[in-house]
Ligand binder design. Structure first.
Ligand code: ADP
Length: 455
């Protein structure tokens, strides 16, 4: 069911129940008031007749004559006067006697002084009347036709008003619920138009203060993030294809050139050597991309365990020295290690090793002596690793960008690369709750410092 209809139904049920309760209350209290008032009227009528009979000494026959000839003030009223021994002293109209008094009833009136009850459509009141110290019992009965008719009219008016008000509520409720939800409908229309190719569109924010405004703002923020990541993906794919195309095109070119005519073994060897170099670049690139994808994973999916950083550094060192001719890495402890905890961190072995290899390789490849010195320091809660080189350094204008994906500094012509290494390293370190900083002076060298927290 649509929210508009749900709201309407809820409002209708709530309002309907309240209105019904209110109408029932009015009807019941009016009915009770009518009844009480009528009993009072009957009592007054009975006392008036008894006063005429006993005080004014009007003869019963005269009273009956007046009764017969006057339009009764109360409809079908009938007053009777008894003494306490159940002797009838006066009756308005014995022939139409409706209330059949009994000895028991007379005794009850004497005892309780006043009783009231209904008999069919009649309301009856019985009361004790004292005159000159003598007790008499008066009964009066009548039908409040006028009051009951008015009560019936009230009932009809209430039912009619209930129906009219409910109809009005349905119409007004439907209109106002629609008006209140109009911004939502507008958002829905807008959202329908937003597709992957139109991610720059935004939902209009009418008012920033209400919930719908908040919804629109939140939705726009989500679109901002989506657009950013969509653009990042696009440029990522562009960069990858560019990085892949260049070595592939070189390999294809070299091989085609070699096939054009017969060549000497030395020439063939040179072509193979160049192609192998490009193939290695491609392998490096694809490994880097694979690692980048791993580092982009949800952190919860990456298995962490307690690791000794010095062991990881030695592993990384070995890989660098083995795979890159002429590269050298020195690992130095700045303090004595008292126990494993001093240099233990919680981390993913593979990813941390990738990060260390990247920093070692960069240090070696950007320095003519191809030497990287790694120092290990520890404090009570962290381990600090510094990857130093005495190489060409980084230009100050490059420093803010070197951790961005595919960014290569102005010194890139000095050596090979693809711009993935540092962004990947940065991701890995922050995934481990650590931090990475760089200090570099042109033509003097660079130091990349990593801080990792203890287990
Ligand atoms: P690349 O594949 O180019 O090495 P990285 O992401 O590893 O990509 O590094 C990004 C850029 O940072 C490099 O292109 C280079 O300009 C600069 N850089 C990184 N490490 C060093 C370093 N040790 N010495 C000089 N420049 C460095």
């Amino acid at each position: 069911m649509k929210i508009r209809n749900q709201l309407l139904l809820l409002f209708l049920v709530l309002f309907g129940v309240l209105l019904l309760a209110f109408s029932i209350f009015i009807y019941l209290s009016s009915a009770q008031t009518r009844k009480d008032e009528y009993y009072k009227q009957l009592k007054r009528e009975a006392i008036t007749k008894a006063n005429l009979l006993f005080d004014a000494k009007v003869a019963p026959s005269v009273l009956q004559l007046i009764y017969k000839n006057s339009a009764n003030s109360l409809f079908e009223e009938e007053v009777a006067v008894y003494d306490t021994s159940f002797n009838l002293l006066y009756h308005d109209a014995v022939q139409i006697d409706k209330v059949k008094e009994t000895r028991k009833m007379i005794d009850q009136i004497v005892q309780q002084k006043e009783i009231t009850f209904d008999q069919g459509s009649l309301q009856v009141v019985g009361l004790l009347y004292i005159h000159h110290g003598k007790n008499y019992v008066l009964t009066a009965a009548a039908n409040d036709e006028y009051g009951i008719k008015r009560l019936g009219e009230l009932k009809n008016t209430l039912i009619l008003s209930f129906i009219i008000i409910i109809c009005f509520t349905v119409i007004a409720g439907y209109y106002f619920a629609g008006r209140a939800l109009k911004p939502v409908a507008e958002i829905i229309d807008n959202v329908k138009e937003i597709t992957a190719t139109r991610l720059d569109m935004r939902v209009p924010v009418k008012s920033e203060k209400d919930e719908i405004g908040e919804l629109a703002i939140t939705f726009n923020q989500m679109l901002d993030r989506l657009e950013n990541s969509f653009n990042a993906q696009k440029s990522f794919v562009n960069n990858i294809s560019h990085e892949l195309r260049t070595p592939l095109a070189t390999v294809v070119g070299e091989l085609q050139l070699a096939l054009i005519k017969d060549r000497s073994i030395t020439e063939y060897k040179e072509v193979i050597r160049l192609s192998l170099h490009d193939a290695k670049r491609l392998v490096k690139l694809s490994n880097g991309l694979l690692d980048l994808a791993k580092a982009n994973f949800d952190q919860r999916e990456i298995r962490m365990k307690e690791l000794r950083v010095d062991e990881l550094l030695m592993d990384a060192r070995e890989t660098v020295i083995k795979t890159m001719d002429g590269f050298n890495v020195d690992v130095l402890f700045e303090q004595e290690i008292e126990n494993d905890d001093n240099i233990s961190v919680m981390g993913n072995e593979y990813l941390l090793k990738v990060a260390f290899i990247n920093l070692m390789e960069n240090a070696c490849k950007f320095s003519p002596d191809h030497l990287c010195t790694v120092t290990i320091t520890y404090l009570h809660d962290k381990v600090i690793l510094a990857f130093k080189d005495k190489g060409i350094g980084i230009k100050p204008q490059d420093l803010p960008h070197i951790f961005s994906e595919f960014y290569r500094g102005t010194n890139k012509d000095f050596t090979w690369g693809n711009g993935i290494g540092l962004s990947l390293t940065d991701k890995i370190i922050s995934m481990h709750g650590g931090s990475i900083t760089v200090a570099s002076t042109e033509n003097k060298g660079s130091t990349f410092s990593i801080t990792l927290l203890h287990v």
